[in-house]
Design a binder for this molecule. Structure first.
Ligand code: ZN
Length: 204
């Protein structure tokens, strides 16, 4: 048993801080290893890597995806949220491996641009009530928060279909029944996307 204990302690050593407890009893060694996975886009490998939390994403090599739904920050951003970009890059790389092309056709927008698009939609759809099902005004849309992606709207639809089927792995979800191209970081990577909302007028 001593030899087994030494082996397990050696393994615990390899896991570093992961060995929370090693309890020695007369004839028994109990080892508990607890760690939470951390999702990172590894730039050299161009793929999602999952590391234990005691290592975390590696600065300069990895882009963190974040480990929860991504919500509005306290300040208005000037670009796409970096964790949303890391999620998309991870998904894009995985899609590429199976021969599927994915592009961000529209991500971050200024509030002014979003309001312009809303006004244009009112002209197109005749009423604000109808327009809001397709384009939200600047203060309601998550595009100006850098938290929404329109994927393959001007490209082959298969990229967005692939993301709808596989995006949860990367924390990206399709949101609306009437917009196959619109994705948001509604969940933690590896979570389960909520049911689709009928359209953008349902946004809270
Ligand atoms: Zn959108």
């Amino acid at each position: 048993m001593f030899f087994v204990a030494v082996l397990l302690m050696g393994a615990a050593g390899l896991f570093g801080l992961a060995a929370d407890t090693i309890t020695h009893k007369e004839n028994k060694v109990i080892q508990e290893i607890n760690f939470s996975p951390v999702h990172c886009f590894n730039k050299p490998l161009e793929k999602l890597v999952i590391r234990p939390d005691f290592i975390g994403c590696i600065i300069g090599e990895d882009l963190p995806l974040g480990e929860s739904a991504i919500v509005e920050s306290t300040e208005r951003p000037k670009d796409l949220h970096p964790q949303v970009l890391a999620r998309f890059l991870s998904a894009q790389a995985a899609a590429k491996e199976v021969g599927i092309e994915m592009h961000i056709d529209s991500g971050y927008r200024t509030i002014e641009t979003q309001n312009y698009l809303f006004q244009r939609a009112i002209k197109e759809h005749k009423t604000p009530e109808e327009a809001i099902k397709w384009v939200l005004p600047g203060d309601l849309s998550r595009h100006p928060w850098g938290l929404a992606l329109d994927v393959n709207l001007h490209h082959e639809k298969s990229g967005a279909s692939w993301l709808e089927a596989n995006g949860a792995t990367f924390g990206l979800c399709r949101v609306y029944e009437n917009e196959w191209w619109h994705f948001e970081p509604l969940i933690a990577p590896g979570g389960i996307c909520p049911p689709l909302l009928p359209d953008a007028s349902q946004v809270k």
